[in-house]
Structure formats: C-alpha cells, structure tokens
Design a protein. Structure first.
Lengths: 299, 228, 288
C-alpha cells in the first residue's frame, strides 16, 4: 500500500473519532462546535505521557482519552443542563478557550539532551513514541482502523441498550424523558465525558502519527467538520459519521481538481443535503427500513 | 394518598392556581374539569414537578413531592400523559413503552392492542394509536399515581370508548387516578369524584351526579359552555 | 485610577462595535428565532472586498466603505436564501448547522482571493487624537465609537419610530400574532436579515479601520463577539445587546490593562461561559 494511501486512511480514522464524538452529543440533542478542544487535550496529554514520562504508546493514548474524558466531565458541570443555541455557543467558546489557553501553556522537561514538551504557541514537538517503538505506519493504520471498528461496535451496542434508549429519549424530548424517570442531567454529563474521551482518543493517535501538536489544531473548523460528517452520513447510526468522514477526506480530498475549492464544494454539499435530508443520508427512518429489509431477507 | 395542599402557581404575576387543595385516596378516580385556562394542566404539571408552586405542598403517602425534579417525581411512582401525546417519534413502538426502563413491554403492548406494530417507528402511528401508546408507556411503570391529560382529546366517539374501556381494565385498585378531561361524559363514565376548576380556583368537589345541581358550576362552567 | 478610567473609556469605545455586532445577531435571532453563525464570516468577506478596493484605488475611502457594506449584504442574502428560507420548515438547529456550512464556503472564498494572510485596510489618517485631562482618545477609537453610536441611533429610530420597525418588533414578539395582524412575516424576516447585514458591514468598516488590517480569523472573532454581546443582553433584547457589547468591551480592556494581552480573550470566553451557566433561559432551551 502506498504511503499516501496509508496516511489518508490514518487521517480518516483519526477524524472518525472526532466525528463519533460529535455524533454522541447529537444523539442527546446537543450541537457541539467544540469537540476539537477534547481532540487537542487528548493529544497533549498523550504526548506528555509518552514523550515526557516514557509511557508506552498504548498507555499514552489511554491517558489522552482519560484526560479528555475528565475535561468533558468537568465541562458538563456547566453545560449538562444547557440546551439549544446556548450549548452550541458555549461549546464554541470552550473550543476557543482551550486554544487560547494552550497558547500560553509551557511545560517542558529535559529529555535526553533536549527540552521537550508543550511550548506555548510553538506547540509540542518531538512525540516520537511511534517511531522509537518501531511500529510501522501500516501497522499503526491497521490499529487505528481496528479501534474505529471497535468504537463503532461499542456505540452501536450502547445505543440499542437501555442506556442508549435513555440517550435517544433525551435527544428527542427532555420533558417527556424526565416524566418517565430518566435522569436527564446525568445522561448528558456522562455523554459529554464519553464524547470527550472519544475525541481525546483521536488526538492521542494523531499526535503520535504526526509527532507534534499545536494550539492551532483546536481549530473550530475541525469541530464543524466533525458535526457536518454526522449530518452527511446520517444520525440514525454511528456508521453515519464514519461514512461522512470517508466521503469528505477519501473522495473530495483525492480529487485534485478540487484543490482550493474543497471547502466550497463540501459546504455546498452539506447545505444541499440539509434541505433534502435534514438528518442525513442514513437517518432513523432509513436505518429502520434497512433493518426491516435485512430481517425480511433472513426469513 | 395524594394530597395537594393549598397550592398556588403564578406565571409572570398572573395567578394560574390559587390555593387549590385536593386529596385523592388509593383506588379513587378523580376527574378534573373546567373551561380552557382554568388551570387543569397546570395542576398536573405542578404534581409532576414541571412547575414549582409559589405556595403550598404536594404529598404522596405523606412523603413531600414539592421541589423534587420531574424525574425524581416520576421515580416516586407518578406517571403522566400529555395533552397532545409526546412520543419519541424516532424510536420504535416497543422502545417507547420500555422508555429506558428495565421492563417487558409485551404485556402492555398487548393490553393496548399495539403488539402487531411493536417494530414500527412511533412517528408512523395515527392519533388514536398514539394516544394508546402513550397510555401504555405510562401504565408500564406500574405507577402509584396516574395523571392523564385529556386522554380522549381529539378522538372519535368510538376511539373514546376504546380508551375508556382500556382504562377500566388497566387501572388497578391501588392506583390513584387523576383525569383532566373536557368531555363530562368521559368523566362521569369512570370517575367517582369530580373537581371543577375555574380561573385557578376549585369551585366544586363531589360526585358527578351532584355536579349538575351546583349553582357555581352551572354559572362558571356550564353557563359559559351554553353561551358559546 | 487613571489606568482604570483609560481602560474604561477604551472599553466603551471598543464595546460600541461589539454592540453593533450584537444588534446584528439580535435582529436575525429575534425575528427568525434562528441563529446565524455565518454573520461574522459575511462581514469578513465584506472587509476583504473593501481591502482589495483600497489596494486598487488608494485614497478612495468611500469606495472602500461601499465595497465592504455591499459585499457583506450580498453574502447576507446568500445566507438568508440557503440557510434560512430553504430550511424554514426544518428545526431551527438545522439552520444553525447550515450557516456553518456557509461559513466554510466564505472562509475558502476569502482565501481564494487573498494575496497574503494579513490584508491591509485603509483608515482615515487625518483625524487627530484627543486628550481629555489624562485620558487619551485615539482617533480610530473615537471614530469607532462615534460611528457605532450614530448607526445605533439611526437603527433605534428605524425600529422604534417607524411602521417598519413596529412590524419588525411585532414579529420578534410573536410571529403568529403579527401574522394575524396582517404583517407579512416572511418579508419582514428577509428585511431584518438585510438590515442586520448592513449593520454588520458598517461594523466591519469601523473595526477594520481601527485595526488597519484583517486576517481570515476575523470571521470567528466577529461571530463570537456578537454572540456574546447578544447572550449577555438576554438573547433577543435590542437594548440588551447594546449593553452586552459595552460590558464585553469594558471587561476586555480592563483585563488587557491589568493582566496583559493573553488574558483578554480568556476573559471574554469566561464571560460567555458565565452567562450560559447563570442564565435560567439556557436551561429551558429546547434541544435538536
């Protein structure tokens, strides 16, 4: 497999985590423009764990996910009871808050002959655990693909469970959910923590693949794209956001003649799709029909 | 025993309920009637914890419900339906009955005659079936208190009869039932007691048979209904 | 004490432009009950158009102003067509997502025409600075404040003293009631959008002449400032948006003076958070 194909697949995998993160919040009816913040928090924490404290790659990536999950839980203290445009505005502000805060985040320790660690606006360079560990790019790509598949499965099972039922209820009607005994705030808080951890997992994978991360990676456009992916692929299944990522990065980005116009084409695609299918290609109705078809086929 | 003790509710300074008191015993079925804007739905909302009373208290078997969040009230054994059914339209009929609780939806679906539609999305149901589904959802938690907000609203005479018959079968002797209803016929069919609200005040509380003889009710409610 | 006063004066002057951005947001949100997050980026396109005109015809300030406002209005019309009119039957949140898709497009549009990441924007250099006692009033800040105040006065006369304004406020109050009274709700919606774009374009001129340059980051910046001003003012109140903008401006300049530049943005985001955490309205807001 060519290097380009491998790097494309890694990027699809990494962004799939941020897209799934935004998707989880959409399930409980919250539109977040700030999941990029958890991506970056996860990246920084994972990098610090491996590059500064010599943690093994897998441990480092776990640390990133946990740190971002904790950040999500902390944010939920303010945002869990909040809905609608207020949640959207607050998450947008949080994404920018993290970016600005990282601009003045210095935490460097001597590793070997050099100082390594986050250096404010210059970012965090020299996260080399992937290469010193002797993991090949192809092996890493396969690991990322495996993790995406596992995460997809886990979310699909979660959404079918009692817990997932409560999440989907909250996403549709909080008052009716509460009147059936659902602890709306707790559902929202746990979902925010889980969504944070997912984006953080993506960040941990990303920082080790490209060996650096900087405040600018908490770009609002990453959060917006992640949101758009779910709205393209569809909100009826966690496959939706993954399809969205694959469509954007795999298809649009590989069309060379679109260079310079990609965001215009992509933005137009999203706008048009919202008019025709406001909940994406694989919305709840489509997924329901498909599952009927499958069940009928089995008979 | 569900007791509402001197409950007052104000919205932006306007009084929606003023010092309403009611006590409903287990097994009792109370109908609440009154013209539009009398405070019927507000009364249900206040019991369900959706609206905080400005004064007064609500108790269930002596335990205070006032100030609890709606989900805590629900877990204390209070179930309700809404004036226009609030189903989870993107979930299946069966998921709507289960609603995140660990219970078997099948007997409840059978009870309301929706077992054949268990796999359909709730959005696909016509109004009559939507009412029955919401009722099944409220009954499925085996609630101690059942609050029904116009369970026959917008239904045909035959569908109204269906719901009434369903309630006869489903409500256990231990349930406290409070039904808000526009149609006096429905109320007198299965409620032993009727409370009449008018402009946020309780103006009558007694058996349905005494209703037509009450001067204040005739003036406030039936009189207005005749005029319109 | 002088520092405090100086920062207060600077804050009020800066805040006046935030008030304008907040008014633009409020006009759209109040009338349509939908959030236009592409509001900042539409102004960004306007400023870039103005910048290009300024480079082509140095000295033609009126042409720069006209190009800025006209481009902002054209982008506003595009947003109204694609994200609001086409989605009128969908949930309000769908419009909000759509405006972000437009945002992507406008951001890329700007980068297609930009010569460099930072573009110059002309300012009227002949205006003198004023000193009142120990307080310095910079000419660009003075222009920003007086311009914004004049626009706000004109806007309030339009909204509170004309039949059109009464119709706009009636729709904002209750579109059903306004429709029953014979107001054409969809025309008023489009008009409010046009008005907001005009106000946004003029705010863009005032801000850009003060900063004398513009980067693609301005779109996000303007959206966050306007959104904060609107939410601080209670989401829907026009006088509230004015007050919200001034509060935001003062908080920013005070933190800038006392703690330094990197704290300024942190303070403004913290302020937005505080509003969301404390607003009872945020908690009763329906979700998707």
């Amino acid at each position: 497999m060519s290097d380009y194909a491998v790097s494309l697949l890694v990027r699809i995998g990494v962004e799939a985590f941020v897209a799934l993160s935004a998707y989880l919040l959409l399930v409980i009816g919250r539109v977040s423009f700030g999941q990029q913040a958890f991506f970056v928090i996860g990246g920084y924490a994972a990098g610090i764990a491996t590059a500064l404290y010599g943690a093994p790659l897998a441990v480092g990536i776990m640390v990133g996910a946990v740190a971002a999950g904790v950040a999500g839980a902390l944010l939920s203290a303010v945002m869990a009871p909040v809905g609608g445009i207020y949640f959207a505005a607050g998450s947008l502000a949080f994404g920018e808050l993290v970016r600005v805060a990282l601009l003045s985040f210095h935490y460097q320790v001597p590793v070997g002959a050099d100082l390594t660690g986050p250096a404010g606006a210059d970012g965090f360079r020299g996260v080399r655990a992937l290469f010193t560990g002797g993991v090949s790019a192809t092996a890493f790509m396969l690991a990322v693909a495996g993790l995406v598949a596992l995460t997809f499965l886990a979310i699909a099972l979660l959404l079918r469970s009692r817990w997932g039922e409560a999440m989907r209820m909250v996403g549709e009607d909080e008052t009716a959910s509460a009147s059936l005994g659902v602890r709306v705030r707790r559902v929202a808080a746990l979902t925010m923590a889980g969504a944070g951890a997912l984006a953080g997992l993506g960040g941990g994978l990303f920082v080790h693949y490209v060996t650096y991360i900087e405040p600018g990676h908490s770009d609002v456009m990453l959060g917006v794209h992640s949101l758009a992916y779910a709205f393209i692929g569809g909100l009826g299944t966690p496959l939706g956001p993954i399809i969205g990522v694959a469509l954007d990065i795999g298809l649009l980005e590989s069309f060379r003649f679109l260079a310079g116009y990609r965001m215009i084409v992509f933005g137009g695609l999203v706008m048009g799709l919202l008019v025709v299918r406001p909940r994406g290609l694989l919305d709840e109705v489509a997924v329901h029909r498909l599952s009927r078809l499958v069940a009928w086929g089995r008979r | 025993m569900l007791s509402v003790e001197g409950v007052s509710v104000r919205f932006a300074g306007i009084s929606a309920l003023s010092s309403v008191s009611l006590a409903v015993a287990a097994g009792e079925r109370l109908g609440v009637v009154g013209p539009n804007g009398a405070g019927k739905t507000t009364l249900l909302n206040v019991v369900a914890g959706l609206v905080r009373p400005a004064a007064g208290a609500i108790r269930l078997d002596g335990r205070p419900l006032t100030g609890l969040a709606p989900d805590a009230v629900a877990r204390a054994g209070v179930a309700r339906t809404f004036q226009s059914p609030r189903l989870f339209s993107r979930m299946t009929v069966e998921e709507n009955v289960r609603a995140g609780r660990s219970l078997d939806a099948e007997p409840w679906l059978r009870l309301v005659g929706l077992l054949p539609r268990r796999g359909d999305l709730a959005a696909a149901l016509p109004p009559g079936e939507a009412r029955r589904l919401e009722l099944a959802r409220a009954l499925a938690g085996a609630p101690h208190v059942l609050l029904l907000d116009e369970p026959c609203g917008g239904l045909s005479a035959a569908e109204t009869e269906d719901i009434a018959a369903l309630l006869e079968r489903a409500v256990t002797p231990a349930t406290i039932l409070v039904v808000v209803e526009h149609k006096l016929r429905v109320i007198s069919r299965f409620c032993q007691r009727v409370a009449v609200l008018h402009l946020g005040e309780k103006i009558f509380d007694g058996p349905p048979t005494a209703l037509r003889a009450d001067r204040r009710v005739l003036d406030a409610y039936l009189g207005k209904a005749r005029a319109s | 004490m002088v520092d405090f006063l100086q920062a207060l004066v600077d804050g009020v002057m800066l805040g006046a432009t935030y008030s304008l951005l907040g008014l633009g947001f409020t006009l759209i949100f109040g009338v349509l009950r939908r959030l236009n997050l592409a509001f900042g980026p539409t102004i960004l396109v306007g400023i870039y158009a103005g910048s290009h005109v300024g480079l082509a015809w140095p000295g033609a300030l009126w042409a720069v102003v006209a190009a800025t406002v006209v481009a902002a209005i054209l982008c506003g019309i595009y947003v109204e067509r694609c994200s609001f009119r086409a989605l009128a039957r969908q949930a309000p949140v769908v419009s909000m997502i759509s405006t972000f898709a437009v945002w992507m497009q406008l951001q890329e549009l700007v980068s297609l025409f930009e010569a460099s990441r930072t573009m110059p924007y002309p300012s009227p250099a002949w205006l003198p600075a004023l000193t009142v006692g120990p307080i310095l009033l910079r000419s660009d800040a003075l222009l920003m404040w007086s311009g914004a105040t004049a626009i706000m006065l004109a806007l309030f006369v339009l909204l509170y003293r004309t039949r059109f304004g009464t119709a706009v406020r009636a729709v904002a109050d209750s579109s059903e009631a306004a429709a029953l009274m014979g107001v054409n709700v969809s025309i008023i919606g489009a008009a409010a959008f046009l008005l907001a774009s005009t106000v946004g374009g003029l705010a863009g001129v005032l801000i850009a002449q003060s900063q004398q340059q513009v980067t693609p980051y301005f779109g996000l910046w303007a959206t966050v400032k306007g959104l904060t001003a609107m939410l601080l003012g209670g989401a829907g109140s026009l006088p509230g948006a004015v007050a919200g903008g001034v509060i935001l401006g003062v908080v920013e300049t005070q933190t800038l003076w006392h703690f330094g530049g990197q704290w300024r943005d942190l303070a403004s985001f913290a302020l937005l958070f505080l509003v969301i955490a404390l607003s009872p309205r945020a908690r009763s807001e329906p979700t998707l």
